[in-house]
Design a protein around this ligand. Structure first.
Ligand code: ZN
Length: 58
């Protein structure tokens, strides 16, 4: 199972991995900005942006 935290402006994954990390920690590492589009990111929004992504079905 993979977790992803993505920019809700351009969709660039800011974090993707097997460990569920706090959006605050992830965003802090990128200074609360999307490294691609420069959109300022608020942790409040990202509480619902953490998605569980199902792996392959095999
Ligand atoms: Zn972005």
């Amino acid at each position: 199972m993979t977790y992803e935290i993505a920019c809700n402006s351009c969709g660039t994954p800011l974090y993707s991995g097997f460990d569920l990390r706090s959006p605050a920690d992830v965003l802090k590492a990128s200074e609360f900005r999307c490294r691609k589009c420069g959109m300022k990111l608020a942790t409040a929004k990202f509480a619902v942006e953490v998605k569980k992504i199902d792996g392959s079905f095999d």
